[in-house]
Design a protein around this ligand. Structure first.
Ligand code: ZN
Length: 491
């Protein structure tokens, strides 16, 4: 797991995590309720007014990074993450800096531990299900025994410092040349450096409160990132948001995928893992494989320090894909057609993510898919728009017209074609319509497993048949009836 790419790109994922933690006790914000949203102002480049100044920060970075990594490893392998842990490792850093490193490491280790635990639980569930099927003598041709590969401890690759006011102070500038001054403590005790901060017009626009026409109050903690030798600053501020929903707001379902990152029940697609990304991903995989070969070869020869198999281009690609995903989800939420609606999105399990990723020739690792729901939650919170996670089981196999649920309804990845009523549509679109209807579906939510869900769906299909006066016959010959143009919109 490469924490760094994740952290760096993050329009402050770290800040989001912090916020998420603050609200952990209460998972769902109810309509009409106000809550604080932390907004980040990113990509503020630290100026090199006089060359020597940032050198002190450059000198501090590797020391901090190494120490933080030590605590990450400790908190992932030997101890439970503890922000208040007594310092353990010798370091030239001041006690205040050590505390910052320990706190950051504890945060990283905490999320790594909970992600790993969730994945491991999923693996155990999969294994149990697989073993049950084997015991029952059910064996599908595609079924493979689930396997578990132990996760690596997260590695910090580039300096990322989540600093509090004890080590980095942000002060408003008195003259007009600069906006702020950062006072950063360094390795030399009592000799902090003062780095000027100049905001770009778009930063200033973002920081201007339209209601009061005044600059917003900034949070005291800041994030410093060094990438390719350049230092970047992330500032943040709190904003009050209210969860809003007009009465009877129509539900728009969101299906998550790789071919199309987001497909809505309104029939729109946003973002895609398109040709160019595919090619880049393929190149990266080939490169990684070559490196792995080289590594194995060197290892055989007894070489001690082996080259890493992760690549800079790979990291960049991950960042790029996440950026595309963010953009897609953003477009979906800001689409004028979606004004005044509420959203329903699929609650993806790790297993179904894996399935979806596999179905797309593993072009993307499941972690990327997991980024989409995260982004939906974030967009919902920051905009105050209701988005409800709904059960995703069989949403891609269920017919949105007659509820007939079967794998054979999916002749290929793109197409949905109902074996009973003949309804035909883009597969993701059909799924998103199903998802839009699952908000508040108590009968489905009461189901304990996938089998129970399928039973309910097939009961609904039977009811539909009764209604159509079709009685209890099996699948009828396919009649091509619907196309996506006459698709009943959920709105
Ligand atoms: Zn049907």
């Amino acid at each position: 797991m490469h924490v760094n790419g994740y952290r760096l790109l993050s329009r402050s994922v770290s800040l989001m995590n912090k916020k998420r933690k603050q609200r952990k006790k209460k998972k769902h914000v109810t309509v009409g309720e106000s809550y604080p949203v932390i907004r980040a102002v990113t990509h503020i480049r630290l100026l090199e007014v006089n060359p020597g100044k940032l050198a002190a920060l450059d000198a501090l970075a590797p020391v901090y990074l190494a120490l933080c990594q030590q605590y990450i490893t400790l908190f992932c392998t030997q101890e439970m993450p503890n922000k208040l842990r007594d310092p353990l490792y010798p370091t030239p850093l001041s006690e205040r800096w050590q505390r910052v490193a320990i706190m950051q490491a504890a945060g990283i280790a905490q999320s790594w531990r909970s992600n790993r635990a969730a994945a491991y639980q999923q693996y155990q569930d999969d294994l149990k299900q697989y073993q049950n099927k084997q015991a029952d003598g059910i064996r599908t041709t595609k079924a493979q025994a689930p396997w578990w590969r132990e996760w690596n401890v997260p590695t910090l690759r580039e300096p990322c410092i989540q600093a509090n006011v004890n080590v980095v102070k942000l002060e408003a500038s008195q003259d007009s040349t600069y906006d702020y001054w950062l006072s950063i403590s360094t390795l030399s005790k009592g000799q902090p450096i003062a780095v000027p901060v100049k905001l770009a017009p778009y930063h200033r626009e973002q920081l201007m409160d339209p209601k009061t026409q005044q600059m917003r109050k900034l949070n005291s903690s800041v994030q410093l990132n060094q990438r390719d030798g350049v230092w970047w600053l992330t500032l943040s501020y709190d904003e009050e948001q209210t969860m809003q929903m007009p009465p009877d707001a129509p539900v728009v379902g969101i299906d998550v995928g790789i071919a199309n990152f987001v497909t809505t029940s309104t029939g729109k697609h946003y973002g895609a893992f398109h040709q160019d990304l595919r090619a880049r991903h393929k190149r990266d995989r080939a490169k990684r494989r070559r490196k792995a070969k080289l590594r194995a070869c060197l290892k055989k020869k007894g070489v001690k320090s082996l080259p890493s198999t992760s690549s800079r281009t790979g990291q960049r690609l991950i960042r790029h894909v996440k950026h595309e995903i963010n953009h897609a989800v953003n477009q979906c939420f800001t689409d004028p057609e979606h004004e005044g609606v509420q959203f329903a999105y699929e609650q993806l399990s790790v297993a179904s993510m894996r399935f979806k990723a596999k179905a797309q020739n593993a072009y993307l690792r499941a972690s990327h898919l997991g980024h989409i729901p995260q982004q939906i939650i974030w967009n919902s919170q920051k905009r105050g728009v209701v988005a409800t996670p709904v059960i995703s089981a069989y949403s891609s196999q269920e017919c949105s017209v007659c509820h007939y649920t079967d794998r054979t309804n999916r002749p290929d990845q793109r197409t949905f074609r109902c074996q009973v009523c003949g309804f035909e549509a883009h597969a993701d679109h059909n799924a998103s319509v199903n998802l839009s209807r699952r908000v508040g579906d108590r009968q489905l939510r009461a189901c304990r497993d996938r089998t129970a869900i399928k039973t309910v769906l097939m009961q609904r299909h039977e009811a539909w048949k009764q209604q159509q006066g079709m009685g209890n016959s099996g699948p009828v010959k396919r009649r091509k009836r619907g196309t996506s143009s006459v698709f009943p919109s959920s709105i």
